[in-house]
Write a protein that binds this ligand. Structure first.
Ligand SMILES: Cc1ncc(C[n+]2csc(CCOP(=O)(O)OP(=O)(O)O)c2C)c(N)n1
Ligand code: SF4
Ligand SMILES: [Mg+2]
Length: 278
């Protein structure tokens, strides 16, 4: 029998139930990779058939920080750098809820770096999706702890000379139980990695190497957003299980992607429960 689709159904976007369509159009520039990360996340939720009433998304401030406003679940747009402590409080107060932090490299590794380290150390049950565009995009493209050497930014006009943070290495060293990295163009692999991270109890981190088509690409003459996505994709080599100290990102050379850490450690809640049981 022929399927009958009403006009209203035909107008529906496939992600209508996951995105706040009333907030569209979003603020992101054409060619920005943040939308890809959101699509992969939404797709991962769909694959897991998540009960959206049991999910909470927390973001800090930045272009990526706007994600919390577009996901149709209980979501919180917190202050800069404080997404992880905010999420920790939500998780400890509501242990049956899955809490996901989606934020930028600056928010999570710079001003929020201390929280990142200690949440990983404690193995708080959170999934962190870090959109790494190598700069502070929202405030005009300033140098960040993740900016590769010797890339140009608005505050490193002669090239960055600082040694950049390696996000997977930081996460592993601090105690994260699941760590992966993909580019914004590895949509299928990124989606399945987010599925794995969401299923993993404890502190899981998925880094998404993403173009900032407005600031980073322009000043480094890397073309438009799609050129840059292709550039990252073409320069990436999949090496699952690669030691995380090999994962520094070179400005123009290869980017190692894959799943690097998948291990077991008692979560904060498990340790606390056991402590009071004994
Ligand atoms: C306490 C505080 N310090 C500084 C700022 C200014 N600020 C807003 S967003 C941002 C950086 C955002 O960078 P990132 O987290 O990488 O997000 P992106 O915009 O690159 O996605 C900064 C420094 C602020 N809002 N609050
Ligand atoms: S400024 Fe950069 S990171 Fe921000 S929305 Fe535009 S392209 Fe994306
Ligand atoms: Mg950034």
């Amino acid at each position: 029998m022929e399927a009958i689709i009403t006009q209203q159904e035909a107008k529906r976007h496939p992600m209508d139930n996951l995105l706040r369509m009333d907030r569209m159009p979003h603020i992101w520039c054409p060619g920005c990779g943040i939308g890809n990360a959101v699509s992969a996340f939404a797709d991962a939720l769909d694959k897991l058939e998540y009960n959206l009433d049991k999910l909470c998304v927390v973001s800090g401030i930045g272009c990526t920080g706007r994600v919390a406003g577009y996901i149709k679940v209980d979501s919180f747009h917190t202050t800069h750098g404080r997404a992880i402590p905010f999420a920790t409080g939500i998780k400890l107060g509501n242990p049956d809820i899955k809490v996901v932090v989606i934020s930028g490299d600056g928010d999570l590794v710079s001003i929020g770096g201390n929280h990142f380290v200690h949440a990983a150390r404690r193995n708080i049950d959170l999934t962190v999706i870090c959109v790494n565009n190598f700069i502070y995009a929202m405030t005009g493209g300033q140098v960040a702890p993740t900016t590769p050497t010797p890339a140009y930014t608005t505050t490193s006009p002669f090239g960055n000379f600082e040694n950049p943070s390696n996000v997977p290495q930081l996460a592993e060293a601090a105690g994260a139980v699941y760590v992966a990295r993909w580019t914004a163009l590895h949509m299928r692999r990124l989606t399945y990695s987010i599925v794995d991270a969401l299923k993993k109890p404890g502190f899981s981190v998925v880094e998404v190497i993403s173009p900032c088509a407005m600031y980073y690409s322009r000043i480094n003459k890397l073309g438009d957003g799609l050129d840059m996505m292709k550039f990252y994709y073409d320069h990436s080599i999949i090496k699952h299980g690669e030691p995380t100290d090999h994962l520094e990102i070179d400005y123009q050379k290869e980017i190692i992607v894959g799943k690097f850490v998948d291990r077991e450690r008692p979560t904060y809640s498990e340790s606390m429960g056991k402590w009071f049981e004994d």
